[in-house]
Ligand binder design. Structure first.
Ligand code: SAM
Length: 220
């Protein structure tokens, strides 16, 4: 899969760095060790693609920092074959990491130009991810309910529509969960929400991050 020894060594070093920064989920680290991040950025950024930094992907958008991707993936902790909805496909990198963890991934992007670039890229790399061009704030009702939802843009508040697309708890099995950065433009708190009943949810706040904003309506 576009393997290249030079990038493989850099990827190994990135995994060591993420471990040192506190990522402990071996499934997340293994997935990051498999996904060729350089393929998700412009060639001009190849040399920096395994640095722990966000990089531009055009249209004022970014591929998230690997530490952020790892933190969100670890908090979501998708199990094999769980249905996961991502809001904000962007470069497709986060979706690929979740796919490598064994999840069934659905992903929505609001910018047509990004959707049209990323959809064929994911296919060419062998990632069977179902993507859609649309406003992720509306979720994906025809594919719901989801075991997990991951929002990769900063939200001012948790969208009610998305909460309703989380699975309800069943017997001993807990309800769907959502990982979403919530807060003003300058800084958001990563929030872990779990559905506990028809209209009840529990949330826990994790660390603070800075994302590009989650915006309603589509572009292009
Ligand atoms: N997950 C992406 C990745 O791995 O590259 C991160 C991309 S970037 C931090 C956030 C993305 O969310 C952008 O591509 C942006 O266009 C998209 N976005 C923002 N609001 C959205 C919405 N309402 N619906 C869908 N995508 C949205």
């Amino acid at each position: 899969m576009n393997e290249d020894w030079k990038f493989e060594r850099r990827r190994n070093r990135l995994v060591i760095e993420l471990r040192e920064k506190g990522i402990v989920d071996e499934r997340v680290l293994a997935a990051i060790n498999r996904v060729p991040r350089h393929m998700f950025v412009d060639q001009a950024f190849h040399a920096r693609s395994y640095n722990d930094e966000a990089l531009p992907i055009g249209l004022k958008q970014t591929i998230s920092q690997p530490f952020t991707v790892a933190t969100q993936s670890q908090a979501l902790a998708p199990k094999r074959d769980e249905r996961i909805l991502e809001i904000g496909t962007g470069s497709g990198y986060q979706a690929a990491v979740l796919y490598e963890m064994g999840a069934k991934v659905f992903s929505i992007e609001r910018m047509r130009a990004l959707y049209e670039r990323t959809n064929p890229l994911l296919k060419s790399l062998g990632y069977r991810i179902v993507t859609m061009f649309g406003d992720g704030m509306q979720g994906w009702s025809s594919m719901a309910p989801f075991d997990g939802i991951i929002v990769t843009a900063g939200a001012q508040e948790v969208p009610e529509v998305l909460l309703q697309q989380l699975k309800l708890p069943e017997g001993m099995k807990s309800g769907g969960r959502m990982i979403i950065p919530v807060g003003p433009r300058e800084e958001q708190i990563m929030t872990h929400v779990v559905r506990t009943g028809e209209s009840t949810f529990e949330s826990v706040e994790l660390d603070s991050f800075r994302f590009v904003p989650l915006l309603g309506s589509t572009v292009g």
